[in-house]
Every structure is written in structure tokens, then in C-alpha cells.
Write a protein that binds this ligand. Structure first.
Ligand SMILES: [Zn+2]
Length: 246
């Protein structure tokens, strides 16, 4: 789904816009010169449907040269192996995400737990993916005039990284599962979800200036996206955990 000339949402599942497989997170493409940067990969259950959406949007999939992962959960990283093989793109991830995704460690990624809980179907298999670039957190990556700033935002999972992406057009927060529309977060009963860390990450995101909020599920916001961080911050300041989408 083309959002504008420089921004596209080709993959989004049942927790979003129902463009592709129900288990897919929101996958955003941000233009960097003549190429596109991909943020998160989707579940990998039907990547061919993502290719159909790209064709409808007039985007050559081979112009997607870099994939940045927010965290290892399968709805975000399960298709990384497919895109790396099919498109020859380079995968970027934080240290902890890289270790789990490259090993395909289903226990560390909570895939086994999610499968037992019925979050993923019984036949879902996670495909390990090599990670080409392990990000030095807080050190920005520059690609064709676009700056991608990784921000450690643990809590939803211990490995979670958000990205502040600065283009000539706007400043965007690719928030993954750290912050959602309406000031919500995502808390679940998995081994590495940590409520205190969720709140600390909200504080961090509320201290950053950005225009657009591009979260891993539900609606995105192109202008004044900071209000969602402010709403979450108000809960944290009152000693509440912000409401969870799960
Ligand atoms: Zn997640």
C-alpha cells in the first residue's frame, strides 16, 4: 500500500491493514535515493502476497537493498530469510536479535511458546536468517542521504530496537512493538517481557522529536506522531504501565 512517494506499507496482517497474511506485522518501506529500506520482514507465511502488493504499488522488489529488524519475534523476522535469498538484500539487526535470528532459536524467540498458545499455527516453522550487519546501537547508519538511528527499546522483548529514520521529507519513528497508536504498548507473558523496561523505553521514545509514528501493528500516524509517545509517557509518569494492545 503506497502511503506517499517515499513511504510504502507492502505487508500488514490481521493486527493492521489485512493486506497480507494474518500473522504479518506492519512492514514499512522508506525511500533512500533510488532504493528502498525495509523495516521488519513479516512472518514468512506468504511472502509471495507481499510481492503482489509491491507490484500493485509499482515498486521493483530488487530496489529493496536493506532490511532492518526491530526484534526477533516471528511476525517481524520470520520472512527475513526469504527476502534475503529472493532479493539479495542485506539484513541489519541489533546484537541480541542477530544471535537469535541467525540461530533460528525458537525458544529464545518465544516461537515455541506462541505456537503452543495458538498465536501461530501448529505447522508454522521459523526459518533462521544470517544477519549481515550487527548494529552498533546508538550509532546511526547513513544510506543515500537517509539516516537510520537504532534506539535500544527493550521491554516488549529483551532485544527490541526502534529506529529513528531521518529523510529530507520527515523524521519517522519505526517503533516495532515498543509503542503504538493511542499511546499503547505490547505486554505478554513471555520470558523476556519486562514491564519496567517497557516503561523506561516509553520514557526514551517520549524524549525524541519525530513527526511520523510507524508501529509494528495497528494504525500509523504521519504527522504529530509524538502525541502517541506523550500519551504513553503520561501513564508512565502516573506510575501506570500504558495499556497493552495484547
Ligand atoms: Zn513482538
Amino acid at each position: 500500500m503506497r502511503i506517499d512517494k517515499h513511504l510504502c506499507l507492502p505487508i500488514s496482517g490481521g493486527g493492521g491493514f489485512d493486506l497480507t497474511d494474518a500473522f504479518d506485522c506492519n512492514v514499512f518501506l522508506i525511500a533512500a535515493g533510488s532504493e528502498w529500506l525495509m523495516f521488519d520482514a513479516g512472518s514468512g507465511r506468504s511472502p509471495e502476497r507481499g510481492l503482489e502488493v509491491l507490484a500493485e504499488d509499482g515498486i521493483d522488489p530488487r530496489s529493496i537493498r536493506h532490511l532492518f529488524l526491530t526484534h526477533g519475534h516471528a511476525d517481524h523476522s520470520g520472512a527475513a530469510a526469504h527476502w534475503r535469498e529472493a532479493l539479495g538484500l542485506e539484513v541489519h539487526a541489533g546484537h541480541a536479535t542477530a544471535a537469535m535470528v541467525s540461530a533460528g532459536d525458537e525458544a529464545a524467540l518465544s516461537v515455541d511458546r506462541a505456537r503452543r498458545a495458538g498465536v501461530y499455527p501448529a505447522d508454522y516453522i521459523y526459518r533462521a536468517c544470517p544477519v549481515d550487519h550487527v548494529l552498533d546501537l546508538d550509532r546511526p547508519v547513513s544510506i543515500n542521504g537517509v539516516t537510520v538511528r537504532p534506539l535500544a527499546t527493550p521491554g516488549h522483548s529483551h532485544d527490541h530496537v526502534s529506529y529513528l529514520v531521518e529523510t529530507p521529507e520527515r523524521r519517522m519513528l519505526v517503533a516495532g512493538d515498543a509503542l503504538f497508536h493511542g499511546g499503547k504498548v505490547a505486554i505478554q507473558d513471555i520470558y523476556d517481557c519486562d514491564i519496567a523496561a517497557v516503561c523506561e523505553s516509553v520514557r526514551r521514545l517520549a524524549s525524541i522529536d519525530f513527526d511520523a509514528l510507524l508501529p509494528g501493528h495497528l494504525a500509523f500516524s504521519l504527522r504529530n506522531g509524538r502525541r502517541h509517545a506523550d500519551a504513553a509517557f503520561a501513564h508512565v509518569e502516573a506510575l501506570h504501565c500504558p495499556p497493552s494492545i495484547i
